[in-house]
Write a protein that binds this ligand. Sequence first.
Ligand SMILES: Cc1cc2nc3c(=O)[nH]c(=O)nc-3n(C[C@H](O)[C@H](O)[C@H](O)COP(=O)(O)OP(=O)(O)OC[C@H]3O[C@@H](n4cnc5c(N)ncnc54)[C@H](O)[C@@H]3O)c2cc1C
Length: 552
Amino acid sequence: MPEEQRITRFSRDEFVKQINDQSAWDVIIIGGGATGLGVAVDSASRGYSTLLLEQADFAKGTSSRSTKLVHGGVRYLAKGDIRLVYNALDERAIMLKNASHLVKSQSFIIPCYSWFSTIKYMIGLKLYDWLSGRFSFGKSSFFNREKVIEQLPNINATGLAAGVEYFDGQFDDARLAINLAQTSAAKGGVLLNYFKVTGLHKNKGKVNGVAAIDLETKKEYKLSAKVVVNATGIFVDDVLKFDEPGRQPLVRPSQGIHLVLKKSFLKSTNAILIPETKDGRVLFAVPWHQHVLVGTTDTPLTTNSIEPVALEEEIEFILETVKTYFSVTPTRKDVLSVFAGLRPLAADNKNLNSTKEISRDHKLLTSSSGLITITGGKWTTYRKMAEETVNKAIEVGKLVKTACLTKKLKIHGCTTSFIQGHFSVYGTDAAGIKELIKDNPLLGHQLVDHLPYTEAEVVWAVRYEMARCAEDVLARRLRILFLDALAAIDAAPRVVALIAQELGYPEEWKRAEVATFHQLAYQYLPDLKAGFNGEHNNRNQQPTDGQIHSFN
Ligand SMILES: Cc1cc2nc3c(=O)[nH]c(=O)nc-3n(C[C@H](O)[C@H](O)[C@H](O)COP(=O)(O)OP(=O)(O)OC[C@H]3O[C@@H](n4cnc5c(N)ncnc54)[C@H](O)[C@@H]3O)c2cc1C
């Protein structure tokens, strides 16, 4: 893409100018996670004038905190939810084709400690293969005990009978989110982060727009639309209440956490699926960006937060479960980062004690005011959810009917060329980052010694990916905070300096921004005191600012 086009098509300043000039839209979408962004791609690609408003950063909510699987859901198969699995497997194939730079086939091994379970999983996974049909990511197969140990050198071999290998997809969630935003923008969509919807406008009882505030300038807007889509994940009830103040909640939040470890705890390119935890769930250990992601949990919560924090018992639960399956087992001080996400599960009121039983299917509903709400589902099914939502929007907003194009629409960055190494997740944009380094070799410096992320990627994120602050860069454009919270803490001052240089921010902003980011990053350490007193010094990395390392 030529330089000029990159800047004008995905620039916050340009988009703000556009909404100052244009106050009426076909479709306004509230929420910039997987669901809202999917709707923005679908709507803009069908030719509707489309505006998406996100109160924080794209994928700041649940959509950056998933297990990073593009999957039908082996677990749902065991529960007999065949339709859900079948639909998701179809979407898995579409994602691989249209976002080939980000989605890859991943082998999973289920270690089995009895012959009964080996046969049970073998049959189940053959059914999974069959449901994948011609869109298979690889055929499942039986592994004898020796093969399991060879493929998973850190597996606990005591009592191991055999294993089953199967294949699913894996991706980088926050990166796909930004690529979806860019895809929508390339089709004429306008997408703004740090832009919060504060109310709904109505005419004769019908929703015809939103009240919103630009959180950077504090300027308030009244924006009109033929149809408004509420895609705010765990926050859908807040928006539904703008419409109907006394209504019953639709969503029940369920927290899931992940621990990130060094890849030496897996010693394998295969992932592990632990098929039965004490609470009757599954647990994954998946290689991701040269680390291992272990999770997840399913903890019903009664409160919502945009920045949820892992509970003590969730961390302990994962470490305890892993102990049974690994021969060298991680302890708390081996955890490089812990992150939590909230599933926006569509709750039915009968089922309030256990969120693991609530269906992962999505819910699409239209209020009598015409407000469309879409929630639940999975990252894997974002495209299908968007297609259904826009079909509904055409009906509600009386838009000129056009067909959905997203089954064949390539996502920004998609390429069939092989891109070697760390920049591969950028797909076609990798060339642009390399160009930045060629023009200024200093930008080739790594942000921290043991991770491959470069200064050029920070500049790229600010110029072409709408990153506005340290967290946008370190948590979502680059995944350092999710991979290694202490490394992110160390990288923050340099990242902040680069952002300030790009956006023309003053010294005071830099100081405050480093402190704000550090405060956040300490929540990703499993134990604040261990992280601060022990691990950090063990790695010979000194705190970089000396002012925000005190905790009460
Ligand atoms: C632990 C865990 C693991 C998971 N693993 C997988 C997996 O491996 N594979 C898979 O397919 N799925 C997975 N999922 C499910 C998937 O992550 C979610 O279904 C999906 O991310 C939900 O996206 P969303 O857009 O609906 O919600 P969100 O990502 O939360 O987006 C909603 C957005 O709305 C914004 N918002 C809220 N209120 C306003 C407002 N007033 N104005 C403007 N913006 C607003 C929020 O800031 C937020 O960014 C997992 C989920 C969890 C929790």
